[in-house]
Design a protein around this ligand. Structure first.
Ligand SMILES: N[C@@H](CCC(=O)N[C@@H](CS)C(=O)NCC(=O)O)C(=O)O
Length: 326
């Protein structure tokens, strides 16, 4: 864990002193867009045109934010259009590394040792965190964007000339409702588990914990009436939730102390989770070995021994009851 300061790597843990023990996730700084016509997105000056073979994703199998982009890449049939490098699951004093072992691929573009070298390649005096996912442009050798919620929107439509244009997870008529669900799920659940797990005061932990389970209860109720979060079609909102739910019972319950209930204890959420996991292509994006090894092995301030628990027994491919909604 660490960050770059004017292009130099510093090994530091997340600061929580000035925020009463609260973990506050900084905004991702690289926010340009790939568009079908190459025009810059509104308010941006740099434009990036969608082209096959031009863009590359740097991801971790462990990371729920990067996982969203892997799901969109597979479902939109962009595997031949956008290439990928996978970092090693252990994130220690050097941050994410390209140790090409145990399912990691190494840096397929430059053979770098560390992910922070990709950031300094884009900006030699960069100051900030070095996170995955990163959407990289091979042509201008820079980072286009490192905010997963925006990368998935690009994958959803900008590459439709080469991908599966029949799938739209952010269709115009559903946008308002998708945005409303995301506005609950992001702070309370996706980021909520981190706010609980990285809290350094009892108060900050309890605040995140209560918000998290209140939001899960709300979604449990919603999913008792409809198959997906926004009605009868799978949308972006479902994929944004699912990467957190997949990690919940194996990691967040124990490691992040999110232990009021497991997802397995929620009939609708657990069946919903299996339903989405069983969408063709999704299971292949779930690497439980990287997920468990990363969290339990890397966060030594939380788990000093680095021991990775063997349980719980999980079977996301077991039958689900969601077809009852048609
Ligand atoms: N807002 C970002 C967050 C990405 C993020 O925080 N990724 C984590 C891995 S799960 C990371 O790389 N953390 C390294 C760090 O914060 O130093 C997104 O959604 O893309």
């Amino acid at each position: 864990m660490g960050q770059l300061v004017e292009g130099k790597w510093h090994d530091v843990w997340y600061p929580t002193k000035e925020t009463g023990g609260r973990f506050v996730r900084p905004d991702a700084p690289w926010r340009d867009w790939v568009t079908a016509d190459g025009q810059p997105a509104p308010g941006r000056s740099r434009g990036f045109k969608a082209e096959p073979g031009r863009y590359h994703l740097y991801v971790s199998w462990a990371c729920p934010w990067a996982h969203r982009t892997l799901i969109f890449r597979v479902l939109k049939k962009l595997e031949e259009v956008i290439s990928v490098s996978v970092v090693h699951h252990y994130m220690g004093k050097d941050g994410w590394t390209f140790r090409a072992e145990d399912g990691a691929t190494g840096d397929r573009l430059y053979g770098s040792q560390f992910l922070h070298q990709i950031y300094t390649r884009a900006d030699p005096s960069y100051t900030g965190r070095v996170t995955v996912p990163v959407l990289w442009d091979r042509q201008t050798e820079t980072i286009v964007n490192n905010e997963s919620s925006e990368i998935i929107r690009m994958l959803n439509s900008a590459f439709d000339e080469w991908g599966d244009a029949s799938l739209d997870f952010y269709s115009k008529e559903l946008r308002a409702e998708i945005d409303a669900v995301n506005a609950l799920v992001y702070p309370a659940i996706n980021n909520g588990v981190y706010r609980a797990g990285f809290a350094t005061t009892q108060e900050a932990y309890e605040e995140a914990f209560r918000e998290l389970f209140a939001a899960l209860d709300t979604l449990e109720d919603r999913l008792s009436r409809q198959r997906y979060l926004v009605g009868d079609r799978i949308t972006e909102a479902d994929w944004r939730l699912i990467t957190t739910l997949l990690r919940f019972d194996p990691v967040y319950v124990g490691h992040f102390k999110c232990n009021l209930r497991r997802i397995a204890d929620y009939p609708n959420l657990s069946n919903f989770l299996r339903d989405l996991y069983q969408v063709p292509g999704v299971a292949g994006t779930v690497n439980m070995h990287h997920i468990k090894s990363h969290y339990y092995g890397s966060h030594r301030t939380i788990n000093p021994t680095g021991i990775v628990p063997l349980g719980p027994a999980l079977d996301y491919s077991a039958p689900h009851d969601r077809a009852r909604f048609g």
